[in-house]
Design a protein around this ligand. Structure first.
Ligand code: GDP
Ligand code: IMO
Ligand code: MG
Length: 454
């Protein structure tokens, strides 16, 4: 990306354990794009978009939908709960967003059935203390059926009767599992079938082969933005397995999900908070279980967009971020929630992990039992103890905040190209004069003024 060529596409992914502020960043960068594409996950995701006095929470639909010129696509690596997707569409339409005419769903996407949701809950309960803390939206069981080659795909939505029949077959098998393995209530098949058929009839017009449509945008040099859900550390293959989600959150998954050549993918921006949060179980080396963690949770309003669960909070983990930058191939970082650190006297950053024998490693190991034996190695930086909320240029940040950003850049080895100082669209600025920073300014429609007022 160091040529002067304007990239046709940009990918935005989570660089930590999800909830980094991807929704805000994708919305911001969608001011001038022709298409926005969600390529993984389902309604385990919760992406917040705020501007002026408006507030949206997106779960399936790309966060670019708020801008009226953007065509939105949902890829084949997504899992779709028909009724829930319709609920989201209706809620957006009620809020004045025109959705139906510019939303497209890959005919190859996997359907989440009501029994997947029930299985998700039953399996989590059976795991007891070792539970993953899933969102219980049926995500894992739906992807499991996909791998087991008995999933229903969105193409069936175009034939509601056949969809209903096939769904009943699969749900019957699920119900047996619920009753026999988990001693759980089976799902009522008649109601489920009626609801699925009704939802299919409404969703049918959205179902299509999305790859050629996305390629057409690119052929016409129209900017396209791919939006990853979750984050690198929740990736099924590269994350803290088994405490991960069931899809790939990495940029390459965008090509697979859409059925387009990997060569069409442009640079990748990884969104990272200025600290770290995680929802659900699993390792979190820099977690703060004390008053400092409570402070971050309160100041950062760290409660799940999807489940409302309190998020675990901790210091920025540069070792995990370094790993995420490597496997995610990050070209730049969008650093969010800097303002949440405003009140702190001192800020710590983990720069590596120490083995019991004293040796230090710079990236997390894949073996979680080994990871549990390591201690983060912290460096302490001075806080700035002043208000940065809404700051719109680097020069206006206190010196300590600028030093903090530079420190993170050096530690992670990737430039910070966007800084977010508040939840609203305009509370953001691009950093530096790299090609990527210029591209981001252009996509956002200029970053010095409010991007879009309503
Ligand atoms: P996503 O899943 O990555 O889209 O992130 P979520 O929407 O789940 O969570 C991010 C939360 O942080 C949302 O409530 C946003 O409104 C909020 N947010 C995003 N950027 C900033 C920021 O720079 N400062 C503050 N204070 N809040 C932010
Ligand atoms: P966004 O896109 C944060 C977590 C769950 C759980 C694990 C597996 O908003 O960043 P799942 O329901 O996917 O089987 O749960 O993954 N998780 C998320 N955490 N943000 C998300 O999405 C998440 N999606 C899943 O909490 O630990
Ligand atoms: Mg979220």
């Amino acid at each position: 990306m160091e040529s002067n060529q304007q990239p046709g596409s940009l990918t935005v992914i989570g660089g930590q354990w999800g909830d980094e502020g991807k929704g805000k960043i994708v919305d911001l960068l969608s001011a001038r794009v022709a298409a926005a594409i969600r390529y993984n996950g389902g309604n385990n995701a919760g992406h917040t978009v705020k501007f002026a006095d408006r507030h949206f929470a997106l779960h399936f639909i790309p966060s670019g939908i708020i801008h009226p010129q953007v065509r939105c696509y949902m890829g084949s690596w997504m899992v779709i709960d028909p009724k829930e997707l319709l609920g989201e569409i209706d809620s957006l339409q009620d809020q004045g967003i025109d959705v139906m005419r510019r939303l497209f769903l890959s005919e190859r996407a996997t359907i989440i059935l009501p029994t997947h949701r029930a299985l998700d809950g039953a399996r989590e309960a059976a795991r007891g203390a070792g539970s993953i803390g899933t969102t219980k939206r049926g995500i894992g069981p739906a992807y499991q059926d996909r791998a087991q080659r008995r999933a229903l795909t969105a193409t069936l939505l175009t034939d509601p009767k056949r969809f209903g029949e096939r769904a009943v077959q699969v749900m019957t098998a699920h119900n047996r599992e619920l009753e026999l393995l988990y001693d759980a209530e089976p799902v009522g098949l008649d109601t489920a079938r009626d609801e699925l058929e009704a939802a299919a009839a409404r969703l049918a017009p959205l179902v299509t082969e999305i790859g050629p449509k996305i390629l057409e945008h690119l052929t016409h040099q129209e900017p396209v933005l791919f939006e990853g859900a979750q984050g690198v550390m929740l990736d099924l293959f590269q994350g803290t397995y088994p405490f991960v989600t069931s899809s790939s959150c990495l940029p390459g998954a965008a090509a697979i999900s859409c059925g387009i050549p990997v060569q069409t993918l442009g640079p990748t921006v990884g969104v990272m908070k200025a600290y770290v949060t995680r929802v659900g179980g699993g390792p979190f080396p820099t977690e703060l279980t004390n008053a400092a963690g409570d402070h971050l949770r309160k100041r950062g309003n760290e409660f799940g967009t999807t489940t409302g669960r309190p998020r675990r909070c901790g210091w920025f983990d540069a070792a995990a971020a370094r790993f995420a930058a490597r496997v995610g191939g990050l070209d730049g970082i969008a650093l969010t929630k800097l303002d949440v650190l405003d009140d702190l006297d001192e800020i710590q950053v983990a720069v590596g992990y120490r083995h019991p024998d004293g040796t230090i490693i710079t990236e997390p190991p894949s073996d979680l039992e080994k990871l549990a034996t390591l201690d983060p190695v912290y460096e302490t930086l001075p806080g700035w103890r002043s208000n940065t909320a809404g700051t719109l240029e680097i020069e206006s940040l206190p010196a300590q905040a600028r030093a903090y950003i530079s420190f993170l850049e050096r530690q992670v080895g990737v430039p910070v190209v966007l800084v977010s100082t508040g939840p609203r669209r305009k509370e953001t600025f691009a950093l530096g004069d790299s090609n990527l920073a210029s591209t981001l300014r252009r996509l956002a429609g200029g970053l010095d003024q409010p991007i879009q007022k309503r």
